[in-house]
Structures are given as C-alpha cells and as structure tokens.
Write a protein that binds this ligand. Sequence first.
Ligand SMILES: Cc1cc2nc3c(=O)[nH]c(=O)nc-3n(C[C@H](O)[C@H](O)[C@H](O)COP(=O)(O)OP(=O)(O)OC[C@H]3O[C@@H](n4cnc5c(N)ncnc54)[C@H](O)[C@@H]3O)c2cc1C
Length: 436
Amino acid sequence: MNLAERYPRPMQDILVIGAGLAGLTAAQVLTRAGRRVRVLEAAEHVGGRVTTREVGGFTLDVGYQVLFPAYPAVRRHLNLEALDLVPVPPAAVVRRGGRAEVLGDPLRDPASLPGTLGSRALTLADKLRVARLAARLRLPPPHTLLVGPDETTGSYLRRQGFSEGALDHFFRPFFGGIFLRRDLQTSARLFRYYFRMLLDGGTALPRAGMAAIPAQLAQGLDVTTGVRVTRLLPHGDVGGQGHLTAVTSAGELDARQVIVATDADTAERLTGEPLSRGHLGSTALSYAASRPLDEQPRLLLNAEEGGLVNHAQWVSQVIPGRAPAGQHLLTVAVNGVPDLDDGALDARVRGELSRWYGAGTEALRLLAVDRIPFAQYPQPPEYAATLPGHATRLPGVLLASEATSMSGIQGAMESGEKAAAILLGDLTGMSRPRGA
Ligand SMILES: Cc1cc2nc3c(=O)[nH]c(=O)nc-3n(C[C@H](O)[C@H](O)[C@H](O)COP(=O)(O)OP(=O)(O)OC[C@H]3O[C@@H](n4cnc5c(N)ncnc54)[C@H](O)[C@@H]3O)c2cc1C
C-alpha cells in the first residue's frame, strides 16, 4: 500500500520522521495538545535504538541497556508503574580474574555493606571520597550539574583525589558501560549528571524488555512503520501558506510542518544541517545456560585492561522471566564493534569469562550477537558548546534528536519535548534547561 492509500487527506498537519524516543515524545506532546500528527518510521518497529527481541524464548534487549528512572523527562512522560520496572541492584561486582569484590552504596543495598567494607578494589580513602562526592552531588538541582567549567571525567576524578586504582577498578568499567568508552575522556559535566541520576533513582529494567518504553510512548499515536523518508521539499512560505513534500519509500506526503527525529546522520542528509557528531558503537553477546555460573544479580565489571568485555550481567538473576523456565541468560557488553566474526568474538569473550568461571564457560550457549555501530555519539569536554539547536535551514522543519542535547534517553526525550514546545509556542517547555 502506498501513502496515498494510507493517507487519503491531501495535507498532514504535522509530520514526524522517526519513531525513536525523540520522535515519539514529540508526537505525544503534540497529540495531547490536540494537534494532528503522523509519524513515519523506516524500521518495522518503533523505538529506534531502544529495542527488544525474542530469541528461542529468551527476551533480549538489543545491546545492554538500562533506564535511569530519575531522568526528569522520563518522569514527565512515562508511566513508570505501567512499565513494571525491576531495579538493577545498585552495587556492582568488580572482577579481576578469579577475584570478585562487591562495591555498593550500603544505604541502598545493605547486603553490599560487608563486601564493600572489605573490598580491596577501592582503598578506604577512595571509599570515603565516593561518599563525599555523593554528598556534594546530591544537593544542587540536577540540571545545574551540566553547566560550569568542563574537563574530562578522568581529570575531574583525579582532582577529587581518587587514586589510579579507583579509576581502573571501578570508574573505567562502570562509566565505560554508561558512556561506552573506558578512557574517562567524556565530559565531567555528564559524569556528574549521571552520578546524580544514579543517586536519585539507580537503574532499572522494564520487566518485559526495554522496548516497553517506546511501546508506551507510541500508544494512541498514528505511526506507520516500514516507510523511509528520503527527501524533504519545501514549497513557498511554510508556516504561512506554504508546505513541505516528504518523498518516501512509499510515495509522497504533504505536511504543513515537519519534525525530523532520525539519527543525526540521516537528519543531516534530510535538512542540510551539519549534525553528525561521530559514533560510539556497542556489541552485546547473549548466552544461555541451563545452570547459572554465578548467583550474582549485580552488574559484573571487568576491572582488567586489554580485554573485550567491559561488563556483564546475569539478566535472568534480575528478571527470571527473561529466560525460559529452567534456563538462565547472561548478557556480555563489549564497547565498540570489534572487527571479528561471531565465532572469533565468542571465542575471545569466552576466554575472558573463563578467567572468572573456569571451565564452566563451556556450558554457555551463544544465543545472539548484536552489533550496534552507532549507539551514542562521543561527548568530550565542552561538547555542549557545539550542540545544534532545533531550527533548520528548511522553513517549517524542526529537529528533535539527542544530537541537540546529550546522548541518551533523557537527551532524546527532552529534545522531542522541546521541538513540540516550539511548535506549540509553549514558553515553559521552550525555556526548560537541558537535563531538567
Ligand atoms: C546499546 C545501547 C545502549 C544504550 N544505553 C543507554 C542507557 O543505558 N541509558 C541511556 O539513557 N541511553 C542509552 N542508549 C542511548 C539511547 O538509546 C539513545 O540515546 C536514544 O534512544 C536515542 O533516541 P533518538 O530518538 O534520538 O534516536 P534513534 O533511537 O536513533 O531513533 C531514530 C529513529 O529514526 C528512524 N529513521 C532513521 N532514518 C529514517 C528515515 N529516513 N525515515 C524514517 N525514519 C527514519 C530510525 O529507524 C529510528 O527509529 C543506548 C543505546 C544503545 C544502542
């Protein structure tokens, strides 16, 4: 069916291109405000990078992902209760070969107290520095942590007095999982913001999979999947009497206003704006086991340098329903997309896991390898000074994308919210600071 059959009306009010979290949030805000909105999505599913699939009865998020429930945009737009969030234990386990040491916030995970006190992954002085940092970052409004002087996360942590051991054993792998790089070269402003989000709400997984997030946002929206927009052609004074034609893989569609909510590279092609910010990739290997090699539900951090594994989690220890009865699910996250085929990648990862679990790794069955060449964009110090706004050179076309904010769920959702606020002339929404 082409679009003319799907859309018999000659002119759409607002067209949103892309049904990732940015596009869906924009469409939700506009629809709730009474505007007529159509969403076109190139993939066969909504959610963009936030997606889940079933493999042999296992529920796999595509790439290791978690939700930070304290994200302000998440709290404004998602019904967290309906997502049936399962908290991920706030403590992590630092793995150095056969040695496993628990590190956690005893206030949020009392069971982690003895392990945390006894752990040699952090010195006593470093543990006290973590407590001091938490006390300091807990106080200001979270969005104010995104402003002020910037530097690398590594340099900020060293200025707080942390030892190189603390950086290597904890901060590199833990924040390597959030920023998809272990070098601690990400903006310290973002480090402070994410640290605060962790303090305020930890991390959680929707019981049914991360795809429950976009599924909830898509409720009540008019979304057509499997249609790729290839060009935007403005006609006349858009916003006055003019309009735009969207050329798509299923025909042409006219709209008065357009929100481009694709990935930055595609948005650059559609609008002519210089939006690409580079790519950080991620790879996830999912393994099935008929008995768990580890009873541990906490995040497992690889504190040894030079390997592929950044972190891993027995997801079925957190949410048993993610694996069929009697089965267990281990997800292993690798930063970047190594130039290795599945067999070679599996062999390398298994070799690293055997330093944790010995010969037990032979019982692991590889379920899936997900390679995501673009998971986030790099966010070095001062990256925010070069972020694009929402306006484009095409009249009547606005941008909604994490590329206008920060690379993550908060950035995507607040960007969609802001593009909608601009279209609605909503001053409160327009003036909301990043991260608020
Ligand atoms: C492995 C991984 C782990 C992550 N971990 C976290 C995390 O723990 N916490 C966090 O906050 N964030 C995390 N992120 C980042 C977060 O998922 C993204 O920042 C966010 O989903 C981006 O949303 P978006 O709407 O801006 O872009 P996208 O999700 O990229 O959505 C863009 C949409 O546009 C569609 N599209 C593209 N071109 C066209 C076209 N021509 N026509 C029509 N449609 C088109 C795409 O198919 C896609 O659906 C992670 C991402 C990955 C991949």
